[in-house]
Design a binder for this molecule. Structure first.
Ligand SMILES: NC(=O)c1ccc[n+]([C@@H]2O[C@H](COP(=O)([O-])OP(=O)(O)OC[C@H]3O[C@@H](n4cnc5c(N)ncnc54)[C@H](OP(=O)(O)O)[C@@H]3O)[C@@H](O)[C@H]2O)c1
Length: 360
């Protein structure tokens, strides 16, 4: 695979910091520029981040030395330096939508963590093991944007990265009819650490703006189909969600209840999870976990602290499968929110796009 030059837009943020770590030794992607707001522009990345560095490993030296560009004012310059950009910025939705379209129209593909374009009908929202075929909508998007190379592809919200794969593995054979989930979400999902979010200590906050709608609606687009020049979301299964912020640094847990048209046995569910794999595993993409879904037999697993970093934080952990009195089954899922749920998921999507020739 040829090497691609990439930029990180939002490099000073929580997800941006993850990108630096994941990309510093990536076999296909070479970080040549970083960008953030005008507050950070002009400084070396390591100085712009300063004490906001929230990772346990140090900032990669070469990336830390790059001068931060202005994500809004330097679009043409950035587009001329890179083959594509990763984007994770904290701005108003309308501003992000416009910003990402400007990059695409400057013929710079955007692989985004932001939610702004997740429901744009010709923007693929991809979990590479589940709906890789949705990237085939990109020619239709390019036609709308009037671009040759430029396009936007997005990854879905971090809250659903654990239970959507677990449900998808059961979908074809047993047909999930409805699901209920309560998520217990880490503070890094809000770009926070225990230092910057002291109110979470000894506490649970029962509201995360917009998160329940995303947790219920985004899975339907992921399970949707391309029809003409748009992706038409699925209409079932119905999902209802409650999302809570909990005092955990990294790792979103989900307690899941599910019913099926054809109720599986427990053994059939375990077998479906054990055998579930997709294009990333077949193509051996560099960030793909070898075993996507791991089932723990122990009653006290999965736990964020013990299990979030499984397979580089790219695998999903499942446990506590048992029958339920209201639904057919209940179980618990976990995924790392800034790895599989954000930067890692975006890097895997970019690897899929690179392998399929979309950055050529
Ligand atoms: N954290 C997660 O687990 C997670 C998961 C999935 C998706 N996401 C999404 O990823 C995005 C970033 O999240 P985060 O947690 O990394 O946020 P964050 O830590 O608050 O970082 C925000 C980034 O946006 C930049 N920014 C803010 N205003 C800007 C502007 N006007 N122009 C250009 N850049 C600007 C900031 O630059 P300065 O430092 O210069 O202000 C910083 O680099 C959000 O859309 C979020 O919803 C996050």
């Amino acid at each position: 695979m040829k090497k691609f030059n990439v930029g990180i837009i939002g490099a000073t943020g929580m997800v941006g910091q993850r990108f630096s770590l994941l990309l510093s030794e990536h076999p296909w992607f070479n970080v040549v520029c970083v960008a953030a707001s005008s507050r950070s522009a002009g400084k070396k990345l390591k100085d712009a981040i300063g004490s906001k560095w929230a990772m346990t490993q140090p900032i990669p030296e070469a990336i830390g030395e790059l001068t931060v560009l202005d994500a809004e004012k330097d679009i043409e310059k950035i587009a001329s330096m890179v083959d594509f950009v990763f984007c994770a910025v904290n701005m108003k939705k309308d501003e992000i939508k416009a910003l990402e379209e400007k990059y695409a129209k400057a013929e710079c593909p955007v692989v985004s963590n932001n939610s702004a374009h997740r429901h744009t009908p010709d923007v693929p929202m991809v979990i590479p093991e589940i709906n890789p075929e949705h990237i085939e909508i990109i020619p239709a998007q390019r036609k709308r944007l009037g671009t040759k190379r430029g396009f936007i592809a997005v990854k879905s919200n971090c809250s659903l990265q654990s239970y959507v794969p677990a449900l998808t593995a059961l979908m074809d054979e047993f047909k999930v009819t409805k699901a209920l989930t309560c998520t217990y979400q880490a503070i890094s999902g809000a770009g926070k650490t225990f230092e910057t979010m002291p109110e979470i200590l000894d506490n649970v906050i029962p509201f995360i703006g917009g998160e329940e709608e995303k947790s219920e609606q985004e899975p339907l687009k992921i399970w949707g189909k391309i029809e003409g020049d748009k992706i038409v979301p699925a209409t079932t299964p119905n999902i209802t969600a409650q999302c809570l912020r909990v005092p955990v640094s990294d790792g979103h847990t989900a307690a899941v209840f599910a019913s099926f048209e054809k109720k599986p046995t427990k053994e059939q569910m375990l077998e479906a999870w054990a055998n579930f794999k997709g294009v990333p595993q077949e193509l051996e993409l560099p960030s793909a976990p070898k075993q996507f879904l791991h089932y723990f037999e122990e009653d006290n697993r999965p736990q964020p602290k013990l299990d979030r970093n499984l397979e580089g934080g790219m695998a999903v952990s499942i446990g506590r499968l048992r029958e339920d009195t209201q639904y057919d089954y209940k179980f618990v899922c976990l995924s790392h929110n800034t790895l599989r749920g954000a930067a890692g998921g975006a890097v895997l999507l970019a690897e899929l796009l690179a392998a399929k020739g979309y950055f050529d």
